[in-house]
Design a protein around this ligand. Sequence first.
Ligand code: NDP
Length: 283
Amino acid sequence: MSKKITDLTGTFKLHNGVEMPYLGLGTYMPKDRYEVTNSVRLALENGYRHIDTAGIYRNENDVRMGIEASNVPRKDIFLTTKVWNSDHGYDKTINAFERSLGNLQMDYVDLYLVHWPVVGLYKDTWRALEDLYKQGRVRAIGVCNFLKHQLEDLMEDAEVVPMVNQMEFHPYLVQQELINFCNQNNIQYQAWSPLMQGKVFELPEFQKLSEKYNKSIAQVILRYDLQKGVITIPKSCKEERIIANADIFDFEISESDMNFIDAMDRNFRTGPNPDNFEWSVVL
Ligand code: NDP
């Protein structure tokens, strides 16, 4: 069943009723901290209401400064952050959450995510997220990078089914089976690296679609995400791109072109495979 797509203020409803804006801004840009603050401000000033960060990005302070500079009220913003691999386990997760809130100078976040499924620890981590959720300190909880078997394992003992699974997702990595599983379990699918970290612009298939719809390659791909019911968070630090990436509400991709894009899938990852990620890595 397709979800309704309207404009940049539009949301998909999570299974606990929380409305999550379906287009947001990614902030993973390790080179320049000023760019984070600036891009968050620019995005909010241009109508975005959803910002994605993480403890490991070490930019929660910069995100906060961008929010403050935008003058958009906190209550109007959907803010996500994540617990990193070295902070797994019940107590460490609670501490990591407090640290994030300190960096953000906020008393809640909208969505708190487990960043990667660290083997042997993610169930304890999840209990901490469930407690934070029950205490009302986060409006929703979820995971990133959980494959079907990891979700099944987590849900075996979970009291709260994750509301979101944030995964690498783009035309070369669709993982339709996983999307179906998430849909069946009311877990909202979310895309990270929707533009393949910039590599989509080299894909020859998209030139024609871009001409056909008179839209840029990025716009066609981001529209594809929304029509698939996938929440998407392209990162850009350039104002014209931040604006253009949100100019995707005046056209619709046909069903046959949606199928054509789906068929490009080649299980190609720009990032690690959740089954063999090097868990000791600390960025
Ligand atoms: P994206 O797929 O969003 O691609 C970002 C790259 O595309 C940047 O180089 C950007 O350059 C460029 N770009 C953006 N818009 C355009 C445009 N319209 N035309 C041309 N180039 C463009 O990659 P990310 O890896 O950043 O993913 C998005 C977000 O997902 C992250 O920022 C982060 O918040 C999250 N994430 C989550 C992960 C997880 O494990 N949960 C893992 C990785 C990312 P420029 O800035 O110069 O415009």
